[in-house]
Ligand binder design. Structure first.
Ligand SMILES: [Zn+2]
Length: 181
């Protein structure tokens, strides 16, 4: 999921996100600590928060491509070991919040990858981004910082602007030029 090009400095909640991980399946709580105490996460799962996180599995993979996702087969979290090592801390944190929304959606029986919609307009994505953006605002990130967070290499600038508008994030006045990463 999203990865920013710039380094954004914000004070994150007291959570641990691993840097170096084995390429295998684990309990989420073995590697991602403290998320059950995060208000944004409790908002996602409500009273089921502790139980869902205790049951959640995380699979680390070693491809340089991709960041984080949720399996639409069994709802487990999938995370790139490269992204954990090299990604921006606030982006990784917000991505976990985003993906946990997908975990809930899977549990609710919603299709995670509904091909009837483009990525930037898919209702499940908008809901996940909405929660991440709300958390980014709570952390004190500005609209331009959030916009940077939204920019990812699988969306065109035009799509990112549409997504941002749908999320109530004000795009910068000057369109960004395409970047290669
Ligand atoms: Zn998503």
């Amino acid at each position: 999921m999203p990865m920013t090009g710039s380094r954004i400095k914000v004070r994150l909640p007291d959570v641990d996100i691993p840097l170096i991980v084995p390429i295998s399946m684990h309990r989420f709580t073995e590697y991602f600590k403290g998320f059950e105490k995060v208000a944004a996460v409790r908002e996602i799962f409500g009273e089921e928060t502790d139980q869902v996180l205790a049951e959640l599995k995380v699979e680390f993979f070693s491809s340089k491509f991709g960041y984080m996702g949720v399996s639409d087969e069994d709802g487990h979290l999938i995370v790139s070991a490269y992204y954990l090592r090299d990604g921006d801390p606030s982006s990784k944190y917000l991505d976990v919040v985003h993906e946990l929304v997908h975990v809930r959606q899977f549990r609710e029986g919603k299709p995670l990858f509904d091909e009837a919609y483009e990525y930037h307009e898919r209702p499940t994505e908008l809901e996940a981004y909405h929660q991440a953006v709300k958390e980014a605002r709570r952390l004190g990130m500005s609209d331009s910082e959030i916009y940077e967070y939204l920019r990812v290499d699988w969306m065109t600038d035009d799509e990112v602007r549409k997504l941002a508008r749908n999320l109530g994030v004000t795009p910068p006045k000057q369109p960004h030029t395409e970047r290669v990463r």
